[in-house]
Design a protein around this ligand. Structure first.
Ligand SMILES: Cc1cc2nc3c(=O)[nH]c(=O)nc-3n(C[C@H](O)[C@H](O)[C@H](O)COP(=O)(O)O)c2cc1C
Length: 365
């Protein structure tokens, strides 16, 4: 397939990427006790022909407690194991950003240190069940963070970014999407605070802007932000996403980011107002920097979006699960392998590699 736009190199932060195909962050729950391992190094290295890999979301604090076997970066003990991953990707010719994450209210008391309630902007519970060590349970009612805790977690993001730099990552992406902590601050359905971090849009975006400042101290221009303005994930809502995200994107122009990564609406999301329905066009109206678009693309649609100037890069999630050499297959126009959906997420006690790092490259089939 002729894909001149997708395969054109592009500058991103301080680096030049070989192509505009980004591997979207995907939680795979293979990090036993939160530690990166050899299978994860294999998995990411196999996918290094993407112009950029963004890792699965990674905990900046042990108070981020949504999922069993999600990876961490909340202490120096994580640096060497992550370095094995970044070395493997770099040896394979790739670039890799670590996605920094706090789950906020998407958590259950039993998974939290000391079984305390999860931390969130306000004491408003998320919607849905979580797998815990004692079976499936609804998300716990969180408690509203104090100002000290907000400052503490902002610093935790900064420290995590510094560890990511020491672990060899080319940059970090802040997970501001999909109903996790940063998103919980942005949208008024989960943020009912009446202090400097809630109420007006200016106040709701303050937490994210503070975190950007904190992570840029070590990562400089190699910082991206992922957003999903109309996602309903985990019970999210906002009275006026257009106003919230227009204000945020306008402010992000001053932040000297590597990129903004925007999710298009998924079928289960809020019915977006027309102005925000094609999220990448909305983002282009407000944000002048590099834009990665995401959500439901195939090679032809991605090529068309870049050709039309709607985005600079396109990220692919599900397509990378069973197709480690996705760019090669796209260039060939080869059929894509279908994932084993039973094994998308790792389960305690199951072999890590199965349905994860054992999908063959196309040439070997
Ligand atoms: C198994 C799976 C895990 C995911 N985990 C994350 C994650 O950790 N962080 C994140 O920002 N998005 C996550 N996503 C969302 C993807 O990054 C992407 O936005 C979504 O899959 C839509 O892109 P696609 O249509 O190309 O798959 C996940 C998606 C899947 C399928």
């Amino acid at each position: 397939m002729n894909l001149p736009q997708l395969f054109a190199p592009v500058a991103l932060g301080a680096h030049t990427l070989a192509n505009r195909i980004v591997m979207a962050p995907m939680t795979r729950l293979r990090a036993i006790d939160a530690m990166p391992n050899a299978a994860m190094a294999d998995y990411y290295a196999q996918r290094a022909s993407a112009g950029l890999i963004v890792t699965e979301c990674t905990m900046v604090s042990d108070t981020s407690a949504a999922y069993i076997n999600a990876p961490g970066i909340y202490g120096d003990q994580f640096i060497d194991p992550w370095h094995v991953v970044t070395d493997a990707v770099h040896q394979a010719g790739g670039r890799i950003y670590l996605q920094l994450w706090h789950s906020g209210r998407v958590a259950h008391n039993s998974m939290m240190p000391g079984s305390m309630p999860p931390m969130a902007p306000s004491a408003i519970a998320g919607v849905g069940d979580l797998h815990t060590f004692t079976g499936k349970h609804p998300m716990s009612v969180p408690r509203a963070m104090t100002s000290d805790e907000i400052r503490g977690l902002t610093k935790a993001f900064g420290k995590a970014a510094d560890r990511a730099r020491r672990a060899g990552f080319d940059g970090v992406e802040l997970h501001g999407a999909y109903g996790y902590l940063i998103d919980q601050f942005l949208r008024d359905g989960s943020n009912a605070r009446d202090d400097d971090y809630g109420g007006s849009v200016e106040n709701r975006i303050r937490f994210l802007l503070g975190i950007i400042g904190a992570v840029q101290q070590s990562m400089g221009v190699n910082v991206g932000v992922k957003l999903s303005p109309v996602s309903r994930a985990h019970g999210m809502s906002d009275t006026d996403p257009e106003v919230t995200f227009a204000a945020l994107l306008d402010r992000l122009n001053e932040a000297d980011l590597a990129y903004v990564h925007m999710m298009e609406p998924l079928p289960e999301d809020l019915t977006p107002a027309p102005a925000i329905a094609k999220t990448r066009l909305f983002a282009r109206q407000h944000y002048r920097g590099t834009l990665i678009t995401n959500g439901g693309f195939d090679a032809a649609a991605a090529e068309a979006a870049i050709a039309a100037g709607e985005a600079d890069l396109v990220s692919f999630g599900q397509a990378f699960i069973a197709n480690p050499d996705l760019p090669y297959r796209m260039a060939l126009g080869a059929p894509l392998a279908v994932p084993d959906f039973e094994r998308v997420y790792g389960m305690p006690g199951q072999p890590i590699e199965k349905g994860y790092s054992d999908y063959p490259a196309f040439a070997r089939q």
